[in-house]
Ligand binder design. Structure first.
Ligand SMILES: NC(=O)c1ccc[n+]([C@@H]2O[C@H](COP(=O)([O-])OP(=O)(O)OC[C@H]3O[C@@H](n4cnc5c(N)ncnc54)[C@H](OP(=O)(O)O)[C@@H]3O)[C@@H](O)[C@H]2O)c1
Length: 312
């Protein structure tokens, strides 16, 4: 069965092209948001107006010093994967001083290790607390953390037979990122001039129903990324979210052409990092999708809603 069988009729659930925007969680209009804070015994209720012309990928912070890859000490998770290998190559090209390369199976890192003596293999399954703790000790000097490891089961909500894919996606794509990030909180990456890069997905912004549980995990990771950015802003730490569309890697194999190359993602990510960006849509394909989202997020979501698994 093709993942991209199209429905003969417009999706009724989302209202199709003319549907309401009620389904979309981020309104482009002005929101009135009550913020409740507790001060001693007094509950202070404030009303804050948030002008939310939502502009994904548009923001940059003015950091005192933008992260420079040259001379940095980096940890890349999922370094044996398609994007992971491309990131490691591009980090070496830009003069990283040392790169810890994490993988579940360190034997799979042999081809990478032949490239440079700056690479240090680390056994790292991001769902295993003991491996996270050990990796955090080994890589205690990192100035740049790249959470790249990810998994996708390509299941929908009802088409999935059970929760196994959804749980694994959350464990790797959300809890794995959170757990490793917490474990490294005392590293230089979390002090002024340090940086964290989370490889998310464009599907954090819009849901592809054939990969609906994956989209949910990446949306969770996007919220985590924005929370980390807010928490680390006072310290001058850059937190970059990377939102690519489909990439030519094993994980992206079921997705339709055209695809980005892993090198497109690595170059776009590190360019954005060195430019002080908050979020990036790497490569022209991703930027095109981001533009469609900016223009009409409901229409884009309605279009993707046609890619559903049969639940019969
Ligand atoms: N390919 C796409 O279309 C696409 C699009 C947008 C975003 N992304 C994101 O890009 C990132 C890299 O994916 P990719 O495209 O390069 O796919 P990939 O080639 O399949 O690589 C995925 C990597 O994640 C690792 N991984 C999976 N589960 C793990 C775990 N529990 N602990 C540690 N590592 C684990 C894999 O290790 P093993 O070899 O041991 O399985 C592999 O190194 C992911 O976060 C993915 O969600 C991909």
């Amino acid at each position: 069965m093709s993942l991209f069988r199209r429905r003969p009729e417009p999706c009724q659930a989302c209202g199709g092209r003319n549907g309401t925007r009620r389904d979309w969680p981020i309104s482009r209009s002005v929101l009135l948001t009550p913020i409740i804070g507790v001060s001693t015994n007094t509950i202070i209720i404030m009303t804050m107006i948030i002008a939310s012309e939502f502009s994904p990928g548009g923001g940059t912070h003015s950091y005192e010093v933008n992260m420079k890859v040259e001379g940095s000490i980096v940890l890349v998770t999922g370094a044996n994967g398609g994007i992971g290998r491309a990131l490691v190559s591009e980090l070496l090209n830009r003069g990283a001083a040392k790169i810890y390369i994490g993988a579940r199976d360190t034997a799979s890192l042999q081809p990478l290790l032949a490239q440079s003596d700056k690479l240090v293999p680390v056994a790292l399954d991001v769902t295993k607390p003991e491996q996270i703790a050990t990796a955090a000790k080994i890589a205690a000097d990192v100035t740049l953390l790249i959470n790249n490891a990810g998994t996708a089961g390509f299941t929908g909500a009802l088409s999935a037979k059970d929760l196994s894919n959804a749980r694994q996606e959350m464990e790797v794509n959300y809890f794995g990122v959170l757990a490793l990030t917490q474990a490294l909180r005392d590293a230089p990456a979390f002090r002024n001039g340090g940086a964290i890069v989370n490889v998310l997905s464009f599907l954090a912004l819009v849901t592809l129903p054939v990969a609906g549980t994956y989209s949910a995990s990446k949306s969770a990771a996007l919220a985590l990324t924005r929370t980390l950015r807010a928490e680390l802003k006072p310290r001058g730490v850059q937190v970059l979210g990377v939102l690519p569309v489909q990439v030519d890697t094993p994980l992206g194999a079921p997705l339709p052409e055209p695809k980005l190359t892993p090198a497109d993602v690595a170059t776009g990510t590190l360019d954005a990092l060195e430019a002080g960006a908050d979020e990036v849509f790497p490569g022209a394909l991703s930027e095109g999708a981001a533009q469609a989202f900016r223009n009409d997020p409901a229409a884009l979501q309605a279009n993707l809603a046609n890619a559903v698994h049969s639940i019969d």
